[in-house]
Design a protein around this ligand. Sequence first.
Ligand SMILES: NC(=O)c1ccc[n+]([C@@H]2O[C@H](COP(=O)([O-])OP(=O)(O)OC[C@H]3O[C@@H](n4cnc5c(N)ncnc54)[C@H](OP(=O)(O)O)[C@@H]3O)[C@@H](O)[C@H]2O)c1
Length: 265
Amino acid sequence: MGMKAAVFLGGGNITGALAAGLRLAGYDEEIVVYDRHPEKLRALRRKSRVEIARDLKSAVERAGMLVIAVRPASVMGMVGEVAACGVAAPKLCVSLAAGIPLQNLRAWLAVPWVRAMPSPVARVGRGLTALSFDRGVTKSERNHVRSFFEHIGAVLEISEKQFDTFTAAYSSSHGYHALATLAKAAQEVGLDRATALAAAAHALSDGILYWRQSGRRLEDLLREAVTPGGIAAATMSAMDAAGYLRVVKAGIRAGVKQARLNARR
Ligand SMILES: NC(=O)c1ccc[n+]([C@@H]2O[C@H](COP(=O)([O-])OP(=O)(O)OC[C@H]3O[C@@H](n4cnc5c(N)ncnc54)[C@H](OP(=O)(O)O)[C@@H]3O)[C@@H](O)[C@H]2O)c1
């Protein structure tokens, strides 16, 4: 039996993205994964050098840190299996599940828990992970979790009260959705598909990259890009007047509501 490792229960999308991002960042320690689909495990071993756990018990035995990476509806069952597997769970347990509160996790398995919300963009090393800790998590365990996720991008520690809103707001789907919507609108008004996508991708991605890299204030960049009385000004005020903020807020609220439903199932 090898050394204690980071052990993922669930070898799906997010585990695949995290494992790839960790390897890309040069993370050289063992990553152990357990899943009920052997073919997913073999693909992860091939792509990201993970070690396959043959069953749940051996996975839990290996765990210095146990990461629950199954769908929210499967978390209670998975954690119940851990509690009943006959080996003591490690003291450091992390849940990636959207919407499942620390309180529920604690009730299913009595250890101090960490909630982590990573991004699939971790795959290319540009992740962003929010963390929220149970009070019982020690300072050195906090640092351990933080540096683990720092391999694949920035880490924010937030209060659990903010967690669901963060989850709804930070998803990389917003970038893809905005790109698809802006390109579709431009296409309907007269651009061909390829030109519309190129224009929209520049507008969103390069503009935001410029904001990040320059360190300039958003207000100043808006002033630079939006000439009074010009085209961008007309476009932006028509969008605002049509309820841009209102529709985006409705989306975020719906996401938060969905996250809260996960807590009750
Ligand atoms: N995808 C994202 O971008 C993302 C981002 C942040 C957080 N998360 C969170 O991460 C979690 C996982 O999401 P995902 O997209 O990676 O899901 P996923 O692709 O469905 O992966 C979960 C894997 O775990 C397996 N599994 C579930 N219960 C099991 C059990 N009792 N024993 C063995 N294997 C089991 C699933 O098999 P079956 O298909 O047979 O159930 C599946 O292969 C979710 O809670 C989600 O909220 C996801």
